[in-house]
Write a protein that binds this ligand. Structure first.
Ligand code: ADP
Length: 621
């Protein structure tokens, strides 16, 4: 029988498991029991609709046996089992779908998996593993060898999977009397202060079942005794539950390594009665911002799982929430299509959204630091929500989003921005830039900052689109520092008008020299020390042009650009004199200024070679 190799990344993770950087090795039992319970769930759910499964709920159980002499801990379930392919597929690759990305993420961060025990238990590598779920492989934290004897329901042939770690694994045909899976862990010898032997002690194992797996819906039997209460955690009274209970449940059920950022547990009665238990992860799962991510809550009808990811229960802007809803009003045989139109479900979705929003508001109000950390992971999703809902989600989301304030150098809400607006300021200003530090360098922000105006820095592609959708907050319109009117006083407007008048012919000449490149050339009211900048007219900003043109589309869009010149700058005086003495040279200057403005915006110059030649011609002079 050929020895099979684990996939490369799997080997590395396995290595991590074996050399165990986890301080909580005991969680292996929770992981394996949870797998056993899932396997039973699969079969149980089939038995509800398929008469060929002749079992009832009482027939299912998870059995644990301990054999001190053989140093063996065995977990047996009578769930769906695995055939040969499933064994290879599920246990030959770690964290299947996530494996490749996992390696990728590690490489990107320049991290290698730590080989040594870490007391804090939270080296970056471990945190990463957590994002991918460790599941079955955690068995290797405590075992020198693991065997999995399994027979898929409805088949006669059983198979035995066997592995002693990174060396690889084997699968061969074997005998097994009934369907289900039997996992045997050959527990490591005690060494270096680690007492692995305790996992062979009934009192210890029984304690672990109580601690981590009490809510499992099937009996977990040890020495002929059922050790778990089988009451789902969410059906217990909140007053009986501790943060540890919730966190342990979350980590076990949703395969996360970190505690959730927050937990919401409530029951409601009314149009529809249900209990919900919701969690927000502390970090975005590795695939969160990809198409692979599937949102949804588990849906239970009176304690029985009827759908694993009910997408309709969660709005897209809160798709990061994990958890479940359990209602006695739902029928067991409800089909997916029926669910989609179900009025009860809609009512539930509405109240779920309200609860999440209220919790986020509470966290923002009372636990600012925690909220900001949470926002780093999921704020982007909420901003997408502002945009994609065409304003319909505005009321839900507008007080939850944060943008970096240039004046305060920290993220602020719109409310906080507006509260600090000085007398006479009518708009909420924003600037698009890669980072706040770069925003401070942009000429367009100069005058406004001198006037004591705060500016919100938009760093993400979706940001400006989201603000455009929102239009205003508390009656204050959003204004780009690079867009038309930035709120000049009447005096300032008058002064600008006069200067434009005085230089009318010069500006017209430069406009002609630049031709189609710009839709206008003006004397600027927003520049301080800088000579030139580019702004836009109309709805489409230069930043939006950049974002839209990155997307695959036949027609590229173009913002209407305005070249703004600083009439107080020495360069402007030079332009004025060239207008009288040397118009050919003025044309060169006009093109150079335009190219500089493009560069400041982070845009490529139209013709880099001509740009370079123009500069050389000036250097020679
Ligand atoms: P996860 O449970 O997060 O998917 P695991 O590594 O724990 O990851 O398990 C991988 C897969 O192996 C499971 O998704 C399941 O399909 C299968 N599996 C694990 N344990 C069992 C079991 N006791 N019975 C049937 N299938 C199992």
């Amino acid at each position: 029988m050929a020895k099979r190799q684990f996939k490369t990344e799997s080997r590395r993770i396995l290595d991590l498991m074996i050399n165990s950087v986890y301080t909580h090795k005991e969680i292996f039992l929770r992981e394996l029991i949870s797998n056993a319970s899932d396997a039973i769930d699969k079969l149980y759910f089939r038995s509800l609709t398929d008469d060929s499964v002749p079992l009832t709920k009482d027939d299912y159980r998870i059995e644990i046996t301990l054999d001190k002499d053989a140093r063996a801990l065995k977990i047996t379930d009578n769930g769906c089992g695995m055939d040969e392919d499933a064994l290879n597929e599920n246990l030959g690759v770690i964290a299947h779908s996530g494996t490749a990305e996992f390696g990728e993420t590690l490489r990107e961060r320049g991290e290698s998996l730590p080989a040594e025990e870490n007391q804090a238990g939270d080296t970056p590598g471990v945190r990463l593993v957590g994002q991918f779920g460790v599941g079955f492989y955690s068995a290797f934290m405590v075992s020198k060898k693991v065997t999995v004897l399994s027979r898929a329901f409805g088949t006669e042939q059983a198979y035995l999977w066997e592995s002693a770690g990174v060396e690889g694994y084997s699968v061969r045909a074997a005998e097994k009397a009934s369907h289900g899976t039997e996992i045997t862990l050959y527990i490591k010898d005690d060494a270096d202060g680690e007492r692995y032997g305790e996992f062979l002690e009934p009192y210890r194992v029984s304690g672990l079942i109580k601690k981590y797996s009490d809510y499992i819906r099937y009996p977990i039997v040890l020495d002929g005794e059922t050790k778990n209460s089988m009451i789902p955690l969410w059906r217990k009274n909140r007053s009986e539950l501790s943060a540890d209970d919730y966190n342990g449940f979350y980590k076990g059920k949703f395969g996360d390594y970190e505690d959730p950022a927050f937990t919401i547990h409530y029951s409601t009665e009314g149009a529809v009665s249900y209990t919900a238990l919701l969690f927000a992860p502390s970090q975005a799962p590795y695939n969160y911002y990809t198409r692979d991510y599937e949102k949804g809550l588990q849906l239970y009808a009176n304690g029985v799982l009827i759908m694993d990811k009910c997408a309709d229960l969660l709005p897209d802007h809160f798709s990061f929430i994990r958890g479940l809803a359990d209602s006695p009003d739902l029928s067991l045989n409800i089909s997916r299509e029926m669910l989609q139109h179900d009025r009860q479900l809609k009512a539930m979705a509405k109240s779920v959204e309200k609860k999440i929003r209220a919790e986020l508001e509470r966290m923002l109000e009372n636990e600012r630091e925690k909220y900001e950390a949470f926002y780093k992971a999921f704020g982007l999703q909420m901003k997408y929500g502002l945009y994609s809902g065409f304003g319909t989600n505005a009321d839900t989301l507008k007080d939850l989003v944060l943008f970096h304030s240039l004046a305060e150098d920290r993220p602020v809400t719109f409310k906080e921005y507006v509260e600090k607006m000085p007398e006479g300021q009518e708009h909420i200003y924003y600037v698009c830039a890669e980072t706040p530090a770069k925003a401070l360098l942009l000429p367009q922000t100069e005058r406004l900052r001198e006037k004591g105006r705060d500016i919100l820095c938009l760093t993400e592609d979706v940001d400006e689109f989201a603000l455009k959708m929102l239009r205003e907050y508390d009656g204050k319109e959003f204004r780009s520092v690079s867009g038309g009117d930035v709120g000049l006083t009447d005096e300032e407007k008058e002064a600008q008008k006069t200067r434009s008048e005085e230089n009318k012919d010069l500006l017209a000449f430069i406009g002609e020299a630049l031709g189609e490149k710009v839709s206008g050339v003006t004397v600027s009211a927003r520049l301080g020390r800088h000579a030139v900048c580019l702004t836009s007219e109309g709805e489409l900003s230069i930043e939006m042009e950049k974002v839209l043109n990155q997307m695959p589309a036949e027609h590229k869009v173009k913002a209407r650009r305005v070249l703004e010149l600083n009439a107080g700058h020495a360069v402007f005086a030079a332009l004025r004199s060239l207008f009288v003495t040397d118009r050919d040279r003025l044309r060169v200057y006009a093109n150079l200024l335009y190219s500089q403005a493009l560069l400041i915006e982070g845009l490529p110059v139209d013709d880099p070679v001509a740009f370079s030649e123009d500069i050389c011609s000036l250097m020679k002079a």
